[in-house]
Design a protein around this ligand. Sequence first.
Ligand code: AMP
Ligand code: MG
Length: 411
Amino acid sequence: MKLLADAQRHVLSTVRLLETIRVPIAEANGLVLADDVPAPHDVPPFANSAMDGYAVLAEETEQAPVTLNVIEDVAAGHVAQRTVVPGTAIKIMTGAPMPLGADAVVRVEDTHQDGAAVHINHGVGQSENVRVAGGDLLAGSIVFEAGTRLTPHHLGVLTSIGVGNPLVRRRPLVGVLSTGDEVLSPEATLEPGKIHDSNRPQLLALLDELGVDSVDLGIVGDDAAVLRSALQRGAAGADVLFTSGGVSMGEYDVVKAVLSETGDVALWRVAIQPAKPFAFGHVAGTPLFGLPGNPVSVVVGFEQFARPALLKMMGARKLFRPRIPATLAVDVDTDPAKTVFLRMVAELEGDTWMARPAGGQSSNQLTALARANAFGVVPVGTAGLTAGSRVVLEMFRWPESRTEQEVLNGG
Ligand code: AMP
Ligand code: MG
């Protein structure tokens, strides 16, 4: 058996970076920056007011209450024409540039205006309620480094520095194929001996979540000739191929035979549970992930091999899901020969993350995975863990966890 890390090293070492492209900011969410991004100007670009109020000379308000003469009004988006000199103030709105002369803003709540006179009730110190130029970003500084995966907030920042078409790497296109004479499409009526295809919908949705494009290559029965041509067609039209099924020890696994003769694909037994049987290689130069058939194994194989590889192709520096420490609520038995991925529900109880198995842990029992938000990762060499012991969780989902009632009641 191959250790998980060795299998991951092999897969990741073969990955090639996709080409760089410029995309409009509206299409960049989830993509990865291909270059460091410097700030071409300060953010904010000019000193401006943090409050609605009056731009003043701070020194003059030391003796508050004082009365000043309002010489102009300036709203956000406009520039004051006059200079604040002793005895004067300029009425200013949040976000408007600081007028020349002024060095602080008195909040409107601390004033009372009467015609052209404003009574200042509370004094301000220098720079009070002023947002300085460059207070968020300085011109020339590196805002984000190459390898950063863009979130909506990154898009906001890029826009603030005028980067409307960031340089990223393009989305990979993944072809997804299910195999097996027993596998029926979701809309087909079940017949004796047949099951519905759980793997394709999961994989297509996981890819969608990752911001990766996909082509649905359908279901191919256990027929070598049909599979061979489906793989060749798939390889020609995609950057990566996923198959599921047909890589275990069964006698009728034509997939194994076709994969090894059609491409340069190796069949592995990886020391993990689930997802031990796994094939990886290339068909006509296209990387192929031969995922196992069982639906939970498919997801574990996707998470541990395919997802990090796709992120690497996209240029990301960080490839793996976040891990947190948690406390086991119950005893669990695991195979010491393998890294075991338990499907768990992790919940914060007080200050502690508590982890409980989400249901049946067989690789065909998909409902537990749907209920779970984390994999409990039990390393090789551990035969089980007792309640109260520490377990490492790999968070594959951070779902909403508080109801309307809980929050409105102060939760
Ligand atoms: P295999 O390695 O092809 O023998 O598949 C292992 C197990 O996974 C068998 O019980 C298959 O019926 C099941 N399986 C294979 N493909 C799928 C699929 N697309 N959806 C649900 N179960 C599947
Ligand atoms: Mg099969």
